[in-house]
Design a protein around this ligand. Structure first.
Ligand code: GLN
Length: 551
C-alpha cells in the first residue's frame, strides 16, 4: 500500500517547503524506503520553461527534458535520485489536459467541472507517479501559500485522496512561519490562521513545521498544539540556517523520520545517515577558502542560478574547500577600466547559462580576462558560447565573431541556430532539451575529469557551435573535447594552452549532487585551488606547477 504525504505552506511564500520536502524525503530514503516526490505549482503557466528566472528562480531540466520548478533540483540533490517530467505539474497543464479531453469528446457530453474533473486529473497524476515508480511513499508538495486563490482545487484533491486511500495512509504536513517580534517574543497567530484556512478546506495537518528564527519554548509548543489540533510531539522546529544541507540532520535530531513513519504505520529501522553527516561535516569545516566570480545577467545571488551555486559548493566539498561566490553583473564589465581590480579577490571565473543579447559583451570581457591571465574559467551553455566567441575574436583573428542570437549580421557566426530550430516559432518546450550522450576525447581536461569515454548530460539551448569554423578554431588552439556520437555537434570546448578553461554546451550543474559532486565542478574547483596556491607561492613557482596540470 502506497503512503501519501502532502506538504502545504502557510503565512508567507518562500517559507522553505521545497527544502522541507527534500529533507523529509532524505530521511525516508535513508531508511531504505522507495520514495518519489511531486511538486504542484498552482500557476497557469503550463511549465516553467518560459518563466523569468529572475522572478521565479531557475528553470531546472530533468533527464527527459522537462523544464521544471527549481524545487525538483532540490529533491534530486537531497534524495540522490533522478526525477522526470511527471514530478512537476501546474494548474496550466492540468487544465490543458482536461480541456483537450473535453474537445476530444472523452467526457461523453457531461458538464465538465472543477470537481470532479479537475480534481480527478490532479489525483490521477499523483497516483500514477506512485505506480510508475512502485513507490512506497509519495511526497507531494503544493506550491504557493494557503489562502491563495489558486489553492483550493489542489487542497480539495488531496482531501479526497485521504478519504480514498484512508487517513492512516495519508499525512498532511504544514510548514508555517512563527513570527518573532523585535522584543524576541514568538507569535503564533498567523500560523493559527493559516491552519484554520486549511481546516476550512477540510484538511487537518498532522505535523507542523515551525519556521522560526529562535528556538520554541515548551509552553509555546503546547499552546500551538492545543490551538491547531496537532499532537505536541508532531510540532517541529525549522530554525533559520545558512547551511541547507544540515536541515535533514536537524529534523532527524528532533525525531521527524521516526514519527512520520510511526504515523504512517511503517516499520522503521534506526537512522544512520553517516554519509550525509560526513558531507555536512566537510562542508562546515573546510580546510581551504576559495572565491569564484559568477559573471551573469543577474547580479544578486538570486535563485536564478541555484543549481550553479549548489554545484560549486559540491565542487568545494570534493576539494575540502569553502567556495564563496562573488556575483558580478556582466553589464558592469564593459566599461570597467580596471579588470585586475574587479577580479583581484577571485581565483576562478564562471559564466553561467542565459538567453538574449543583454550582458554578453561583459561575459566576453570576463572570458578574455580569464584566458589572458590564466585564471580557471568554466562556461556553462551560454558561458561555453562566450568562451568560443572570445577565442574566435581574440585568438583566431575572426574579427566581429559572435552568436547569431546576439548579432544576426555578424561576419563570423561562430555560434549559430541549430538547423532543426530554424522553423520553430513557439518558445515553450521547443529547445534541445534533456539528456544526450557525448563522446570525450582522450588526453583532455574533460576526459581527465570524467575518466570515461562516453557521458550523458542535460541540455537546454537553441544555438550551437557553427561547424564551418571548427578547423579554424582548432588550428588556433581550441580543443573540442566532447562531441555528439555522430560528431555533428560540439558539446565541450577547452582552451589547450590554459590551466583550465572549459565550456560545456550542456548544463552539468543539473546533475551535481552533494554526495556525488559533478566531475567538471570538482576539477574546476581543484584548478581554482591550484591557482590560489600559485598566487600565494608567487610567480616564480608558476611554471613548475602549471605544466603538471596542463595537457
Ligand atoms: N541562449 C543560448 C542558446 O539558446 C544558451 C542557452 C543557455 O545558456 N541555456 O543556445
Amino acid at each position: 500500500m502506497t503512503k501519501y504525504i502532502f506538504v502545504t505552506g502557510g503565512v508567507i511564500s518562500g517559507i522553505g517547503k521545497g527544502i522541507t520536502t527534500a529533507s523529509l524525503g532524505r530521511l525516508l530514503i535513508n531508511r531504505g524506503f522507495k520514495v518519489i516526490v511531486v511538486k504542484i505549482d498552482p500557476y497557469l503557466n503550463v511549465d516553467a520553461g518560459v518563466m523569468n528566472p529572475f522572478q521565479h528562480g531557475e528553470v531546472f531540466v530533468t533527464h527527459d527534458g522537462a523544464e521544471t520548478d527549481l524545487d525538483i533540483g532540490n529533491y534530486e540533490r537531497f534524495l540522490g535520485i533522478d526525477l522526470n517530467q511527471y514530478s512537476n505539474f501546474t494548474t496550466g497543464s492540468v487544465y490543458s489536459e482536461v480541456i483537450a479531453k473535453e474537445r476530444r469528446g472523452d467526457y461523453l457530453g457531461q458538464t465538465v467541472q472543477l470537481i470532479p474533473h479537475i480534481t480527478d486529473e490532479i489525483k490521477r497524476r499523483i497516483y500514477q507517479i506512485g505506480k510508475d515508480n512502485e513507490a512506497e511513499i509519495v511526497i507531494t508538495e503544493i506550491g504557493g501559500t494557503i489562502g491563495d486563490f489558486e489553492m483550493p482545487p489542489f487542497v480539495e484533491a488531496i482531501r479526497q485522496m485521504a478519504v480514498e486511500v484512508g487517513r492512516q495512509n495519508t499525512m498532511f504536513l504544514h510548514v508555517s512561519l512563527i513570527y518573532t517580534l523585535p522584543n524576541s517574543e514568538s507569535k503564533s497567530k498567523p500560523t493559527q490562521h493559516s491552519i484554520r484556512k486549511l481546516q476550512e478546506l477540510g484538511v487537518q495537518p498532522d505535523l507542523l513545521l515551525c519556521r522560526t528564527s529562535q528556538s520554541l519554548e515548551e509552553a509555546f509548543r503546547q499552546k500551538i498544539a492545543l490551538l491547531c489540533g496537532i499532537s505536541e510531539e508532531y510540532i517541529f522546529e525549522g530554525l533559520d540556517t545558512k547551511c541547507i544541507d544540515e536541515i535533514p540532520l536537524n529534523f532527524e535530531r528532533q525525531g521527524m523520520g521516526h514519527l512520520v513513519l510511526k504515523r504512517l504505520g511503517l516499520e522503521t529501522s534506526p537512522p544512520m545517515d553517516v554519509e550525509w553527516a560526513a558531507m555536512v561535516e566537510k562542508l562546515k569545516n573546510p580546510k581551504h577558502n576559495t572565491r569564484v566570480a559568477v559573471v551573469g545577467k543577474y547580479t544578486t545571488g538570486s535563485d536564478a542560478y541555484i543549481s550553479v551555486q549548489e554545484a560549486l559548493k559540491h565542487g568545494g566539498i570534493a576539494n575540502e574547500t569553502a567556495v564563496d561566490i562573488e556575483w558580478i553583473d556582466s553589464e558592469s564589465l564593459t566599461e570597467h577600466p580596471d579588470l585586475d581590480n574587479v577580479f583581484k579577490d577571485v581565483d576562478g571565473i564562471l559564466v553561467p547559462g542565459g538567453f538574449g543579447y543583454r550582458g554578453i559583451e561583459g561575459m566576453l570581457v570576463a572570458a578574455r580576462h580569464a584566458r589572458e591571465n590564466r585564471i580557471p574559467y568554466f562556461g556553462l551553455c551560454l558561458g561555453m558560447q562566450c568562451l568560443v566567441i572570445e577565442f574566435a575574436r581574440n585568438a583566431a583573428n575572426l574579427k566581429g565573431a559572435n552568436s547569431t542570437e546576439v548579432d544576426s549580421e555578424t561576419p563570423h557566426p561562430v555560434i549559430d541556430l541549430m538547423l532543426e530550430q530554424r522553423a520553430i516559432a513557439d518558445l515553450g518546450a521547443t529547445m534541445r532539451l534533456g539528456i544526450y550522450p557525448c563522446v570525450l576525447k582522450e588526453k583532455t581536461k574533460s576526459y581527465a575529469a570524467y575518466q570515461q569515454p562516453i557521458i550523458v548530460e542535460r541540455h537546454r539551448h537553441r544555438y550551437e557551435l557553427n561547424n564551418t569554423y571548427r578547423s579554424q578554431l582548432e588550428a588556433s588552439g581550441l580543443c573540442f573535447s566532447g562531441l555528439s556520437p555522430d560528431e555533428s555537434l560540439v558539446e565541450i570546448a577547452e582552451v589547450t594552452d590554459h590551466p583550465w578553461m572549459v565550456g560545456s554546451q550542456f548544463h552539468p550543474e543539473f546533475q551535481s549532487k552533494p554526495l556525488a559532486p559533478h566531475p567538471l565542478f570538482r576539477e574546476f574547483i581543484a584548478a581554482v585551488l591550484r591557482h590560489q596556491q600559485q598566487r600565494e607561492e608567487g610567480p616564480e613557482k608558476d611554471a613548475v606547477s602549471l605544466t603538471s596540470v596542463t595537457f
